[in-house]
Design a protein around this ligand. Sequence first.
Ligand SMILES: Nc1ncnc2c1ncn2[C@@H]1O[C@H](COP(=O)(O)OP(=O)(O)OP(=O)(O)O)[C@@H](O)[C@H]1O
Length: 308
Amino acid sequence: MITLTGFGKDYGDFTAVQELDLHIEAGETFGFIGPNGAGKSTTIRFLATLLRASRGHGEVAGCDVMQDPVGVRQAVGYMPDNFGVYDGMRVWEFLDFFAVAYRIGRSERKQIIDNVLELLDLTHKRDDFVNGLSRGMKQRLCLAKTLVHDPPVLILDEPASGLDPRARVEVKELLKELRRMGKTILISSHILTELADCCTSIGIIERGQLLMSGPINQVYRQIRRNRMVEIQFVKNADIGLSILRSSPHLRSLDHETTRVVAELETDDEGLATLMETLIAEGVRMRSFNDRDPTLEDVFMTVTKGLVT
Ligand SMILES: Nc1ncnc2c1ncn2[C@@H]1O[C@H](COP(=O)(O)OP(=O)(O)OP(=O)(O)O)[C@@H](O)[C@H]1O
C-alpha cells in the first residue's frame, strides 16, 4: 500500500534522508520510530505530497507520489505533527470544510460528519467552537478530519504528542479500531510505549537512514536471538531446574524458589521440545512464558543515539 524506493531529501547541503526503501502492506499499522531530527516528518511529508524528493520515488495505494499527487491525496488521510485549527469555527463546520475540500456532496456530508464524530467520541462537542477544545479533543478532531473522505491509508505524524496518559490510551484504542476497519496506517513517534502494542510492523530511522524494518516480532527476534523464558513451577521444581541446567541451549538462569527466568539460544521448536520434556518428567507448571524483548530494548540496540 505504501512503497518508497531510494527516497532521499536534501535541504541545501544537508542530507535529511539518505536512500530510504520502505514497503508497507495493506492493513498494516506501521510504526515509524526515530529520535528527534531523524527524518520521520520529512519522509511523511513526501508521502503526503507536501514535499518534493531530491531522489527516489514513492507510491501510495497504486498512485505515484510525484506523478499523481491528486490520486495520493484521495487515498490518504494525513495528520501533521503541528496542526492548526481555525478560530470562530464550530466542530462540525471544521469537518464540513474538509469534506467540501474533498468534493463530498452536501447530501452525504451530514451523515459522514455524524459518523466520524461518533467514531471519535466527539458527538457531544458537535456545536462547540474548535479553539475552545482541550488539546486532546483538538487532536481527536484532527484525526476525525483525516477520515472524512474515507481514505484507505492514514499517515499520522506523532498523533499522541503532548497528550496526557489517558488521552494517549484513547489514541491507541482508536488506532486499533481503525486497523480493524481495514485502514493501512503509518504512524510516527519517538515514544516507544505508544507504539509497542498497536503496531504490526515497525521501521527504525536514525540520521536519515532506515536501520531496520519489518513485522514487529521479526524485528524483536533479529535483535535478540536468545529467548527469555519465564517459568512458574507448581511441583517438581528441582527436576525442572536440572532439566534446564542440562540443556545445551541454556545461556543464563535466574531462579528464586518456584520461579525461573532462563535465557535460551533456541527457536520455537526448541522451546516446544523443552516444554514437552518438562511435562514428560513430571514437572508441573502454572506458566511457561516466552518473554519478548520490549520495543525499548530494540530501539536502544539498533540506534546509536547519534541524533539529538
Ligand atoms: N525545511 C527544512 N530546512 C532545513 N532543514 C530541515 C528542514 N526540515 C527539516 N530539516 C532538518 O532535517 C532533519 C530531519 O528533520 P525531520 O523533521 O524530518 O525529523 P523528525 O524525525 O521528524 O524529527 P522530530 O521527531 O523532531 O519531528 C533535521 O535535522 C531537521 O533539522
